[in-house]
Write a new protein. Structure first.
Length: 97
């Protein structure tokens, strides 16, 4: 019996060096960086902790919350407060040459 190996092509965006930045703030007031992570999964617990804290004080605005399927970014909005987890590309020395 022979097995066929298949390879899947990862989107170019996944192959670039990147960081995930967790931010929170208020509408029209700005925000602050709450954490920087090398992996989205590493940020998940901190993101969910902030969402739970936000839900204690405000009702979450489902229409203004969700995720971007193309980039895997996450965002939550409640009252005038917001939380986001966004991927940012990182320039490497090789790219700068």
């Amino acid at each position: 019996m022979t097995e066929l190996a298949t390879t899947t092509q990862s989107p170019a965006i996944e192959l670039e060096p990147s960081v995930w930045i967790l931010e929170s703030g208020e509408d029209y007031e700005g925000g602050s960086i709450r954490g920087v992570y090398t992996d989205r999964d590493l940020a998940a617990d901190d993101f969910l902790d902030l969402v739970r804290d936000l839900a204690r004080y405000y009702s979450l605005d489902v229409d203004r919350s969700g995720g971007d399927p193309a980039t895997c970014d996450l965002y939550v909005h409640g009252g005038c407060a917001w939380i986001s987890l966004t991927r940012y590309s990182v320039a490497t020395r090789r790219q700068l040459r």
